[in-house]
Design a protein around this ligand. Structure first.
Ligand code: SF4
Length: 237
């Protein structure tokens, strides 16, 4: 589906709004906000009937790095922000090791409502189904079209299969670079929830790989910026 007309309209509206009254907001921030307001009432899949709220995304839409996870869990569903539970704390600590925080990046998920499975006395998280991911894809595509990230970091196989390619194999292709119409630089790593399920040396190794992939993403952003600065300097001579 071509989202260019929607994006162009959105940007025209937000440019006008921006000029009119809010000097702290940027066109991308306003466009993401407008999209999130639309998504708040989304009924496009069955997750709408069990969610507390749509968890659209968090962070800085003007940042060069977009992180895409799997879906909200219980804490995210209650709080309305992605990656706020234990997996989120682990992600934040890995990002902090590379001097990155949420002011520098935007974080979202392939599905924006919590997938759950009801057991006898409890309700627990589950991975999103392929139908749910397909239903939610337009929100992700529109988010990417607004942000136009320099680098996308996919966390976990569902995100990599959605953004990189359907037959992505996380155990073999994690940490490799890809490029497609979503972004010129895309890399996948372990989901923090997967890392948390590891123990001992396996935990240390998986966590180190996640930190390494975050470092690779940050370094790629820096390389792209350096190249852009050099070509701008050349044009000005
Ligand atoms: S998961 Fe996505 S498609 Fe499904 S109801 Fe929520 S926002 Fe809509």
């Amino acid at each position: 589906m071509n989202y260019a007309p929607f994006f162009a309209l959105c940007m025209r509206i937000v440019h006008t709004t921006h000029k009119m009254n809010d000097h702290n907001q940027t066109p991308k921030r306003l466009a993401v906000l407008a999209l999130a307001q639309q998504a708040a009432n989304c009924m496009n899949c069955g997750l709408a009937s069990t969610r507390t709220q749509v968890v659209f995304g968090d962070g800085n839409p003007d940042g060069p790095l977009l992180i895409v996870g799997e879906g909200p869990g219980m804490n995210e569903d209650l709080e309305g922000r992605p990656f706020v539970g234990k997996a989120g704390q682990l992600l934040d600590s890995c990002l902090a090791e590379q001097t990155i925080d949420r002011r520098h990046i935007y974080i979202t998920n392939v599905v924006r409502c919590r997938p759950t499975i009801r057991e006898e006395k409890s309700v627990r998280n589950r991975p999103p189904s392929s139908e749910e991911m397909a239903a939610c894809l337009p929100w992700l595509q529109q988010t990417i079209a607004i942000i136009q990230p320099v680098v996308i970091l996919c966390l976990g196989a569902p995100s990599a299969k959605t953004i990189i390619k359907p037959d992505f194999r996380i155990t073999q292709e994690r940490g490799q670079w890809f490029s497609n119409s979503y972004a010129p630089n895309i890399i996948a790593s372990w989901h923090p929830s997967y890392v948390m399920r590891m123990h001992g040396d396996a935990y240390d190794k998986a966590r180190a790989q996640l930190v390494g992939d975050i470092a690779a993403a940050r370094n790629r952003v820096r390389e792209v910026r350096r190249t852009l600065e050099q070509s701008t300097a050349l044009e000005e001579t």
